[in-house]
Structures are given as C-alpha cells and as structure tokens.
Design a protein around this ligand. Structure first.
Ligand SMILES: CC(C)(COP(=O)(O)OP(=O)(O)OC[C@H]1O[C@@H](n2cnc3c(N)ncnc32)[C@H](O)[C@@H]1O)[C@@H](O)C(=O)NCCC(=O)NCCS
Ligand SMILES: Nc1ncnc2c1ncn2[C@@H]1O[C@H](COP(=O)(O)OP(=O)(O)OP(=O)(O)O)[C@@H](O)[C@H]1O
Length: 197
C-alpha cells in the first residue's frame, strides 16, 4: 500500500516519518528530492536563475534557498512560477523512487509530501495520513525551528491549504500538538488498523 504522509509546515511530518522508518517502511521524501533537483548542474536550477535572476545562485553555485524563499512565500504568482518549474521534476523522481522500492519487493511505501493536497498528488497514493498540529503550536514550533520572525512564519503557513481543511481530506489524522510519545501511539494505532504492521 502506498501512503501519502502530509501536514502543514512544521506540523511534524519529519518527526512522524522518522517513527515510520523505525518499522523499516521506506520513505520517499519530497523535500529531499526538491533539494536534489536544484543541485548545481541540474536544469531546474538554470530555469530558476532565468526566471528569478542570477542573484538566486549562491557563491558556491548552488541555490540561495533563503533568498528564493523570501521571494516566493509572500507572492502567489512567483510561488506558482517556481512550482511550475520544480514540481514536474520532483514528481518524476518520487515516482521513480517508489517504483524502485516496489521492484525490490517492498509492500508498502510512504510518500512524505508537504503539498500532497495542494498539488493534487493524493490520487497517486492509496491512503493519506495527516499530521495535524493546532495553529498556535504550529506557528510557535516553526518560529523556534527556523529562527524566523512571526511574519515570515505566518507567510509560509498562509502559502499552504489551511490545516483544518486538510483534516477533512485525510483518511487518518495524527494530532501532534501533544508529546512525541502521544503521536507515536496514534501512529501505531493507524498502522495496525491499516494492517501495515
Ligand atoms: C523556496 C525554497 C527554496 C525555500 O527553501 P527552504 O530551505 O527555506 O525550505 P524547505 O525546502 O526546507 O521547505 C520547508 C517547508 O516549506 C513548505 N514549502 C516549500 N515549498 C513550498 C511551496 N512552493 N508552497 C507552499 N509551501 C512550501 C513545505 O512545508 C516544506 O516542508 C524551497 O522550499 C523550494 O524549493 N520550494 C519549492 C519546491 C516545493 O514545492 N517543495 C515542497 C515539497 S514538493
Ligand atoms: N510532539 C512534538 N513536541 C514538541 N516538538 C515537536 C513535536 N513534534 C515535532 N516537534 C518539533 O517541531 C518542529 C517541526 O517538526 P518537523 O520538522 O518534524 O515538521 P515538518 O512537518 O517535517 O516540517 P516541514 O514542513 O518544514 O518539513 C521541529 O523543530 C520538531 O523538533
């Protein structure tokens, strides 16, 4: 079974993905692939430079992520432009990785995709699992983790589908507002119900 793991920014997807990995279930991580497709030499990086300017290249020849983030998270048109450059390449590599795990005989693969619903990728998976966090905890954890201002953090949150709406679309929800231990208990419950473990 292919499972789409999603949630708002800083909801705890990576935290839950690490728990899933402990059960030896392979994870395909969209954020990791999003970094690979813009490595020096990749055509997507050149497309970004053409569309957003040469200042998007850092001194080491890689993408200046902070600079690009400050442009796209408060400008919907620019964000859509970036998405149109990167998402086809990300999607292609994700599907290749899933196919490779399946060829190795893995029965279950988890696809960790922050924009699973926004990009309508949910049809690629059999079930969706949402990591939920209440909005005030989300803002607090995001600011703490990234050392960002309240404005920067709320721009990022607002560039995504509201987490309450994602909740309605999910097949199962893990509420990660509490402790990691409480989240792990909820995860085990879902994985057992879906006969994954
Ligand atoms: C703009 C970039 C360079 C900023 O890099 P930065 O290192 O600051 O953030 P990082 O990549 O670690 O992303 C952190 C989180 O931001 C959110 N996010 C990232 N891109 C987007 C986007 N286009 N729209 C909405 N939210 C996004 C996700 O929740 C993600 O988990 C980077 O986020 C990016 O390349 N985004 C476009 C690719 C994309 O859509 N990635 C999301 C997964 S497919
Ligand atoms: N249950 C929890 N209690 C306290 N802190 C937590 C909990 N779960 C996650 N965190 C912290 O909250 C932050 C966000 O978690 P994490 O990085 O797992 O989220 P994410 O959804 O993967 O984020 P992104 O969308 O940016 O990839 C991290 O600093 C993490 O250590």
């Amino acid at each position: 079974m292919d499972i789409g793991l999603t949630g708002g920014i800083a909801s705890g997807k990576s935290t839950v993905a690490d728990m899933i990995r402990n059960y030896n279930i392979p994870i395909v991580d969209a954020d990791v692939i999003a970094r690979e497709v813009v490595e020096p030499g990749e055509s997507a990086l050149e497309e970004i430079v053409q569309s957003f300017g040469s200042e998007m290249k850092a001194e080491d020849g890689g993408l200046d992520r902070k600079r690009l983030g400050s442009v796209i998270f408060n400008n919907e048109d620019k964000r859509e432009l970036l998405n149109s450059i990167l998402h086809p390449a990300i999607r292609k590599r994700m599907l290749e990785e899933v196919a490779s795990y399946k060829n190795q005989g893995e029965p279950h693969v988890v696809l960790d995709i922050p924009l699973l619903y926004e990009s309508e990728l949910n049809h690629l998976v059999d079930r969706t699992l949402l990591v939920y966090v209440d909005p005030s905890t989300q803002l607090k954890r995001l600011m703490e983790r990234d050392g960002s201002t309240e404005q920067e953090a709320s721009d990022r949150i607002q560039s995504q589908m509201p987490i309450e709406k994602k909740k309605e679309l999910a097949d199962a929800v893990i509420d990660n507002t509490g402790s990691r231990k409480e989240s792990e208990e909820q995860l085990v419950h879902v994985l057992r119900k879906w006969e994954i473990i």
